[in-house]
Every structure is written in C-alpha cells, then in structure tokens.
Ligand binder design. Sequence first.
Ligand code: FAD
Length: 402
Amino acid sequence: MAIIVDKNCCVGCTLCVPACPFAAIDMVNGLAVINDQCTICGACIEVCPVTAISRDDEGTECEVCTPESYSGVWVFAEQRQGQMLNIAYELLGEGKKLADTLNVPLSAVLIGSGVAPMAKDLYAYGADTVYLVEDKELELYRTETYTAAFVSLVKKYMPEIILMGATHIGRDLAPRVAGRLVTGLTADCTELGIDLDERILLQTRPAFGGNVMATILCPVHRPQIATVRSGVMKKAAPDYDKTGSLVREAYRSREVKVRTKVREIVKEMGKVVNLEDAKVVVCGGRGIGSAAGFALVEKLAQKLGGVVGGSRGAVDAGWLPSGHQVGQTGKTVHPKLYIACGISGAIQHVAGMQGSKMIVAINKNPAAPIFKVADYGIVGDVHQVLPLLIAALEEQATKGAD
Ligand SMILES: Cc1cc2nc3c(=O)[nH]c(=O)nc-3n(C[C@H](O)[C@H](O)[C@H](O)COP(=O)(O)OP(=O)(O)OC[C@H]3O[C@@H](n4cnc5c(N)ncnc54)[C@H](O)[C@@H]3O)c2cc1C
C-alpha cells in the first residue's frame, strides 16, 4: 500500500503540505511528491480539493514476496553509547528458541557508530549472523536514521520475525519500522511461541488492563514484529567460543531526510536504579502514606542489600521517580526476595513482580489481594512493622559481628 499523487490532477495548491503530520510531502516543479517519511495516514487525501491524492491499495503487494519468502529470526541489538542493553541478550535467548523451532538462523541487527566490536558478544549470546550498519550519523538514536537503516536491511534480507526491546527506543522504532513495511506489531509481549503448522509467531501479552492474556497473530504480512520488556525473557549463558558471520551494510545517509538534531543528552539526576537485576526489592505503595515515609522502605532495602521499588500509586503520588515503578507499565522484576509494603496487589502490579522467588507482603487489610500471591503475609501498619524488621536486622548484624 502507498499514497500516490496523480500528476495530471495535482494543481500545486500546496494544501497537502501543512496537512501532513510527518512532513512527507515535498513540492517538486509545482507538484506534490510523497517522500519516504510517509506513514500512509491519509491526512493529505482528506484535504486535497481535486482528489489528486489516493491510496494505492492494489498492485503494490509484490507477488514474489509471499510470507514463505521471508526467513529467519532477527533481534534488534539495542546499544546506547557503546553499552549493550541486557534486553538484547534476553531477546537472543528467546529468539534462539524460536529460530531452533523454525530451523532457521538467528541474527542480530547492530546499528551505531564504532559498535563493531560488540558483535562478538552477540555471537556469544546466540546470534549466527550480525547485520552491522555503522555510520557517524547513527551514533545517537534518531527515529528517522535508525528506521531507514533497519527498513533497508529488512527489505534486502527479509526476516520472518523481528524482536525488539520494549524500551523507550524500541517503542519508538518498532512501530515506525512496522508502518514502513506495512506489517503488524504486537507490543509488550510476555510470551512468544511458534505454531509450526502455520509457521506463525504466537505473540502473547496482557490485554484489557491485564485481565486476560491475548495471543496475537500476524497471519498475512511479514515480518512479524514483537516487542518484549526487559526482564521478561531469560538470557542464555554466553559462549565466547562461538563465532558467527558479520554482514556490513552501508548507510545511505543521502537518501534519509532527517529533521531531528540531538543537541545535548541530559541524564536524569539521581541514582540509577537497576530493579530488573536486583536480588532484593523492597517496594512501597500508597499505604506508605508520604514521600517521607519512603525513608523506612529505603532503610529496609539498604539493610537487605536491595533496591527500592514502588507501585504506580506511589509513583503517581510523586513519592518516587517513575524509573522505580514495578508492574505492567513499569518494570518486571524477579528477585530472590520481594517485600511489598502497603501495596494492595492490583493485577497490573502483580504482573511485574509475580516471578519473584519469595514474596512477603505487609498490609493492614487482611483481605488485600497482595496476600493471594505472597508466600508470607504480615497484617499490620507499615509504620510499625518496618521499624521492627529494621531493628531485627540490626540486632542480627550486631550479633553476627560479636
Ligand atoms: C493500564 C494500567 C496499567 C497499570 N500499571 C501499573 C503498574 O505498572 N504498576 C502498578 O503498581 N500499578 C499499575 N496500575 C495501577 C493499579 O491498578 C493500582 O491502582 C496500583 O497498583 C495501586 O497502587 P497501591 O497498591 O500502592 O495503592 P492502593 O491500591 O491504594 O493500595 C494501598 C494499600 O495499602 C494498604 N495500606 C494503607 N495504609 C497502610 C498502612 N499504614 N500500613 C499497611 N498497609 C496500608 C491498603 O490496605 C491498600 O491495600 C495500572 C493500572 C492500569 C489501568
């Protein structure tokens, strides 16, 4: 599918140019020309007074490119300033299972500047091939540049499945790539599988506020694209004896219209919290009562060598930065010990912590749903229970030191 302009009808009125939200229309020799920023949204069709613009629904699907002509599983190896994100390794772990089931190779897509040395880590974590696009222009993520690089790789090598992290970048890149390729995307999958008879990716994710699990299929279009959150899939143990093949592709910068300039990267102040890899998470909810109340949560976390998390209730109240949120729209954690303090246990919260090895809940309401998922429950006021726990740990530490 594409947007087409009938040159014989276009009167060069330029009404379509400001109507396009993606700056995808240029005026060339007095006529409207659609450029590669087009998302086929159709806003231009609505405003054209002479019906010169239309959607070309027919004849644009390549007869050669049937689903069967796509093959292989790809993982977007997301790196930031030369640092590979854990999610890339987790997706390679999951991608390997899918690739083995389909009996196809597993590949990683590495885009950036000076990132080639990271390919060896991608082989170690399971990639058979690394598609590398390097250019100074690609040093920092920008939607236009990364989309162009990714889409041209897909058009050339035609993978059947693409997995990306549901990170800020993945959530921006995946829909743009899917839009360009006119295919489907399932965001925030929690489980992936293969229907071997149909050779289709089974993309499972919570729906309707987490009340049902929906398995979503993309039966007609290819590639099938899914995003997965960090911490949901398991990475395999790396094998640094394993190697793979490197496919370098040039970045055709002159063909890409870039409207974004990164002037400065301002890092969020304050401590970076790595909830996903923490062995102990002490999580506070609205029951904590105030930002100041979190001092007790922090103290308990510190005594246990853990990190502080929060429910969305606590984050929305402004008691904690959003990076601390655990749950469906926050982070997924799987520590050895998870302590929920003053958290009701809404399904959206439980979705992010139910993989914890041991769950301890403190809540003054014995009927709170959190007790249904807890291994140990303490019915009581957090302001009384937390100081008792902290004191007990301090006493234990003193005894241990004697
Ligand atoms: C689409 C969607 C996505 C969402 N994503 C998330 C998410 O990612 N993470 C998340 O957490 N939520 C999420 N939510 C919100 C979720 O539904 C709940 O509203 C939220 O988890 C409630 O936070 P809470 O348990 O801290 O607060 P509340 O539900 O208000 O519960 C507070 C609990 O504290 C107890 N309490 C009160 N005072 C004390 C005290 N002194 N001592 C001990 N216990 C006390 C109460 O008995 C109560 O059980 C989402 C909702 C939607 C619709």
